[in-house]
Design a protein around this ligand. Sequence first.
Ligand SMILES: Cc1ncc(C[n+]2csc(CCOP(=O)(O)OP(=O)(O)O)c2C)c(N)n1
Ligand SMILES: [Mg+2]
Length: 617
Amino acid sequence: MTRRLTVAQAIVAFLQAQFSSRDSQEHRFIEGCFGIFGHGNVAGMGQALEQNPGLRYYLCRNEQAMVHTAAAFAKTSFRLRTLACTTSIGPGATNMLTGAAAATINRVPVLLLPGDIFARRNVAPVLQQLESPSTQDISVNDCFKPVSRYWDRMQRPEQLLTSLPEAMRVLTSPADTGTVTLSLPQDVQAEAFDFPEEFFRKRVWIIPRTRGDKELLSQAAILIRHAKKPLIVAGGGVLYSEASRALANFAEATGIPVCETQAGKGSLPYDHPQQLGAIGVTGTPGANIVAREADLVLGIGTRYSDFTSASKTAFQNPAVRFININVAESDSYKHAALPLTGDARAALEEIQSAVAGYQVEKSYAARIATFRADWEKEVDRIYAVRKDPPLSQGEVIGALNSFTAASDILLCAAGSLPGDLHKLWRTRQPGGYHMEYGYSCMGYEIAGGLGAKMASPNREVYVMVGDGSYLMMAQEIVTSLQEGYKLNIILLDNHGFSSIGGLSRGCGNEGMGTNYRYRRGDKYDGEVIPVDFAANAASLGAWTIRAKTHDEFRNALAAARKQERTSVVVVETSYDDRVPGYASWWDVPIAEVSDRETVRAARKQYEEARKKERFFF
Ligand SMILES: Cc1ncc(C[n+]2csc(CCOP(=O)(O)OP(=O)(O)O)c2C)c(N)n1
Ligand SMILES: [Mg+2]
């Protein structure tokens, strides 16, 4: 039995039949397909999607944004589902590159279907085609290779029969997942073929809870039993594995404190007795001091990015050893760790029985409790700041945190907000804190908020976005209105890049190019350029309100919550008022020579700090 379909029709039919399953919970894996049409896909993928609404089509406003939306949808779904994205050839395709990189770096599945130049070539160069004098076997879609975990080009219809299952394997593989790019030449999309009927049969991809090696597990148990100052670093893998309960059980039974990376934040509620909060460059004093002294670090589902490892200065105990629980072997072996390659939940359950009876010493437990209490006081202090307008960012975070419900989702990506939120946000439920900080991509916020809301329509989604990020990509407000998904957007207007301005000054410079001011001669030190963000968002159709004082901000939140459509609260915040860093460091190389004394001084400090960077063998 065969079914005669075009390549595009076959893709649409195949994707509808793919399901994922974990712990016997089944989900349709590809929930729909975003896309912007052009000559590279309108007659192929566009035709197929129009003819077969079983794979729901979503129109967005920008191709980069739709990849962020798909990634946020997948992240909110703990990687058990995602969305596909179709584009025309050329600029439509390459607009997705940034989103592709972000998804791969964050280890979340997205399926990209960019249109491509003619396989048959005779009419080349077509509009928007990249020509190369050395080969005809190249197009702009080759740029996706390094940012995809799987990349393929469909030159013949029957290639789908081997390529689509491979795409699904990668997308549903906890270890390999990321961006999958299937490049679709526009003539091939429209070509018919007799596909075997079984190809379209329902297929369930079981997402395994892989278990680690027994011998390594017993060695890990010995290391834990001998540890005096153990620390758990909870990364995104804890959430993706839905291992929060297992982590809480293990931490409670052993007393081992837990700190969290950006992706892992919310693994435990903020008020859990073993919760030490954020670790690393944007970490809390307790987590960073405990990390510095730890003799055993149990990293769970973490990639140990430089923000977590404080550029390899976080772990200073000369005798420190690592045990890494991770689905990806390349992560579980990091820092010369004892590798427990496998699923976080499965490994935690196994290791808990292997160390039954072990508990940290009372003095260590008491120290953890003190760090926790001190930190809660510090958060209360920052939340309680009351400034005349412009408000401090910390107080805006505090006001929003106390306004939101436990089940709400806070979403953010770039600027000075991620650091402040990592430290200050009191997360109450797994998934309540959604930070894209693998790529920290300006523009992810509103597009990502849409994906989170599509995945969790019953939870309120709060998007915090800086004025810089907003100006880069706000257009998906229109898509949220079109689809009837309400976002609560909080726009913090500090007239520029507070984060990078601070970084520039920290490197001994003056923050050139980080303020939104008029040019005066060589410098941007004229008046602030007035941008009416509320009018801008209103023009896109959002309900908008401006807030200047603390009370106005709280009232605005309450009014925005009552709205049925996407709302934007615009609040002016101080550019210079920053939440401090606590007991950590980040390696940003400073000019080795300069005629500025401030740069030379910063370089001197930098060279000193770098001495703490470690290798682990
Ligand atoms: C796409 C992209 N371009 C550049 C950067 C580098 N960068 C990081 S934060 C930032 C400024 C963000 O400005 P804004 O959103 O206003 O946040 P603020 O720093 O003021 O808190 C820049 C340019 C980035 N992360 N992403
Ligand atoms: Mg800003």
